[in-house]
Design a protein around this ligand. Structure first.
Ligand code: HEM
Ligand SMILES: *[C@@H]1O[C@H](CO)[C@@H](O)[C@H](O)[C@H]1NC(C)=O
Ligand SMILES: *[C@@H]1O[C@H](CO)[C@@H](O)[C@H](O)[C@H]1NC(C)=O
Ligand SMILES: *[C@@H]1O[C@H](CO)[C@@H](O)[C@H](O)[C@H]1NC(C)=O
Ligand SMILES: *[C@@H]1O[C@H](CO)[C@@H](O)[C@H](O)[C@H]1NC(C)=O
Length: 622
């Protein structure tokens, strides 16, 4: 506090010292001395004047408030930290209150917890099959979710609480306010006046030299699920700007299947038995084309009309992995409609559709928690989707997608160098926007291929395919435009120790040296490069920060869904016991195998050996 001194307080001080010096000068009684002193004083005055004419630094540029205290500027040069309910007090919210002190003493470090959760098989064998599983799962859900403010707080325009930022859901929310506009450097007060060229950052540190597989064994089935699932709530509204989203449901609403607005949904629906429109090719169900369903899709001009699939999400024509999942969910939706109709012969199209949609959302959340997050975390604790676990805890059933979550989820290193399907090696030009790949190979062969091919390691740097260079450059550019706070500030927000140096941040000395040269200060390192370049955990897909920051956003979004609330979570919401059972027994394998002619190898991780698990016999006919 009280750092820079404004002109008003400087001038009187100066005057008194002027008088003191003058009187001193007179006492020496030699005119030369007086002259020299006067000269020195004049010089001094002009220097001081120079200092006072430079703009006063906004004290909040120093991020002075620790432990989630709120920095508020008063006057030009003063600030106040509001430490209310942070568990800390003092000028900068640094002094822990009694219970905080106890909590800090007992709290193990994230690395310790991670180590426990990923080692000691014998221990987890006991826990997985006992009541302890529920207790630990509840702890995971509540501890993680508590990091996410609910109701949401800031956005890219408002670095303070405001009705507009609460109410205008076109914005992504922000966990931390933007860097104030009037700071001395782009990241606040630390680092250089100019941030490193994004192109240099990406080419030097992020672009792949040689493919590095994920040590946890995630496959392309996982990678495309990640992209498919998250693009229901990450839909940047580029026309409005990078601060805005088109997905105003802010969560798992299956808008990537049904469209993000009513008009699109009505186009995609068959208006019979609750079903979605489809086309049949060689006896199998596929999404319709834009000729039958005239909705906006982004395809390049080279794609002929009869190959333009019409999907809930505008960009899902991009990759066969996305059209594959769209096809699976389309078939699942229509399959569930049939089941519901059988038990509810009186129900009309609308009720069948709406109830099926809730079932699809429930299935999604179960697969995400019990298989997708399970794979990603590497935890030996058997994760469980059971909303009742937190019914006795304080929890807000609402969610707002944040910009930081969007940036964090740019997991482009997952993508391989090429795509191996049924003995063919498909390059990016063969694969991108090629809807024939799905129609040509069919669901079964694609699932089998994607389940067997390794995905790339996300963390550790230098693992993004050349083709995706623009995408990562863009996220860095947008984070600057939107003034995203430094990586270390996010570390603190998630109760992680800020890194003291680039050498602590990464074990790669040469990388640390170059980053230091480019950024000047570890406290000026940016959010996204920080997440991708941080040293990875041993044999893990990424480092500590991605897990500790990603998990809270993720779990809050999953459990904050209205279907998880005590009001909704009951059989009648899903059309009775039959529908509730579908939600409670959903797995990735069922999603695939109940909607395909034969059951391929289907998983979020590669088989443990290449000859593992040959495709099984055909099970269901479609
Ligand atoms: C070959 C595969 C992929 C291609 C060609 C691709 C391409 C793109 C493009 C062009 C954008 C839009 C950039 C922009 O204008 O903002 C984007 C955004 C994004 N991508 Fe990818 N991507 C691929 C794979 C993935 C994967 C596997 C993930 C994993 C989660 C992912 C996550 C994201 C996210 C979160 C965004 C931001 C979306 C938004 O804000 O609207 N991408 N990608
Ligand atoms: C609070 O933060 C300010 C600005 O960073 C600093 O000058 C001051 O010494 C801090 N006060 C305490 C009590 O730590
Ligand atoms: C416990 O659960 C984890 C994760 O699902 C699994 O890897 C492990 O084998 C399980 N152990 C037992 C005995 O169920
Ligand atoms: C949200 O804010 C943006 C930018 O100010 C504005 O264009 C848009 O109309 C607002 N949306 C609503 C629903 O008020
Ligand atoms: C699209 O995929 C099909 C089936 O694999 C292939 O025959 C065709 O050549 C691909 N198109 C392009 C432009 O590579």
């Amino acid at each position: 506090m009280h750092r820079p001194t404004p002109a008003a307080t400087v001038i009187p001080d100066m005057m008194s010292s002027w008088e003191a010096n003058v009187s001193l000068g007179v006492k020496t009684s030699t005119s030369t001395c007086v002259f020299i002193l006067l000269l020195l004083l004049l010089l001094d005055v002009s220097l001081l004047a120079g200092a006072t004419s430079s703009p006063v630094v906004n004290p909040c540029c120093h991020y002075p408030c620790e432990n989630s205290g709120m920095c508020v500027r008063f006057g030009a040069d003063r600030f106040d930290c509001d430490c209310t309910r942070t568990g800390y007090h003092g000028e900068n919210c640094t002094i822990p209150e009694f219970w905080t002190r106890i909590h800090l003493l007992l709290k193990p470090s994230p690395d310790t917890v991670h180590y426990l959760l990923t080692h000691f098989h014998w221990l987890w064998d006991l826990i997985n099959n006992s009541f302890l599983r529920n207790i630990l799962m509840r702890v995971v859900l509540t501890v993680r979710s508590n990091f996410i403010p609910s109701p949401p707080t800031f956005n890219s325009k408002y670095g303070y609480l405001s009705w507009e930022s609460y109410y205008n859901i076109s914005y992504y929310t922000r966990l931390l306010p933007p860097v104030p506009e009037d700071c001395p450097t782009p990241m606040g007060t630390k680092g250089k006046a100019v941030l490193p060229d994004p192109k240099v950052l990406v080419e030097r540190f992020l672009i792949r030299k040689k493919f590095r597989p994920d040590p946890q064994g995630a496959n392309l089935m996982f990678a495309f699920f990640a992209q498919h699932f998250t693009h229901q709530f990450f839909k940047t509204h580029h026309r409005m700007g990078p601060a805005f989203t088109r997905a105003v449901a802010h969560g798992v609403d299956a808008g990537h299947i049904y469209g993000d607005n009513l008009e699109r949904q009505l186009q995609l629906r068959l208006h019979q038995d609750g079903k979605l429109k489809y086309q049949v090719i060689a006896g199998q169900m596929f999404p319709p084309t834009t000729q039958e369903v005239p909705i906006t899709m982004s395809y390049p001009g080279t794609v002929p009309d009869h190959q333009r699939l019409a999907l809930g999400q505008e960009v899902f024509g991009l990759l066969p992995g996305l059209t594959l999942y769209s096809t699976l969910w389309l078939r699942e939706h229509n399959r569930v409609c049939d089941i519901l109709k059988e038990v509810h012969p009186t129900w009309g199209d609308e009720q069948l559709f709406q109830t099926t949609r809730l079932i699809i959302i429930g299935e999604t959340i179960r697969i995400v928690i019990e298989e997708y997050v399970q794979q990603l975390s590497g935890y030996l604790l058997n994760l469980k989707f059971d909303p009742t676990l937190i019914f006795n805890d304080q929890f807000q059933y609402s969610n707002r997608i944040s910009l930081e979550f969007n940036h964090l989820y740019h997991w482009h290193p997952l993508m391989p160098d090429s795509f191996l399907v049924d003995g063919q090696d498909l390059t990016y030009p063969n694969f991108l926007f090629n809807t024939s790949v799905l129609l040509h190979f069919g669901v079964e062969k694609l699932v089998d291929a994607f389940s067997r091919q390794q995905a790339g390691q996300i963390g550790g740097g230098q693992n993004i395919h050349q083709r995706l260079q623009n995408v990562v450059e863009l996220v860095i550019k947008e984070s600057r435009e939107l003034r995203v706070q430094p990586f270390n500030e996010y570390r603190k927000k998630f109760e992680l120790k800020p890194y003291n140096s680039f050498y602590e941040f990464t074990d790669d000395k040469e990388l640390a040296r170059q980053l230091e040269e480019l950024y000047g200060d570890i406290d000026a390192l940016e959010f996204y490069p920080g997440l991708l370049l941080e040293k990875t955990r041993h044999s893990a897909i990424f480092g500590e920060s991605m897990v500790e920051m990603g998990a809270p956003f993720s779990l809050k979004g999953l459990l904050g869904n209205p279907i998880c609330s005590p009001v909704y979570w009951k059989p009648s919401t899903f059309g009775g016991a039959v529908g509730f059972d579908i939600v409670n027994s959903a797995t990735l394998e069922r999603l695939v195998c109940q909607n395909s002619r034969w059951c391929p190898y289907v998983s979020f991780h590669v088989p443990h050996s290449d000859v593992d698990l040959p495709p099984r016999e055909p099970t269901t006919e479609l």
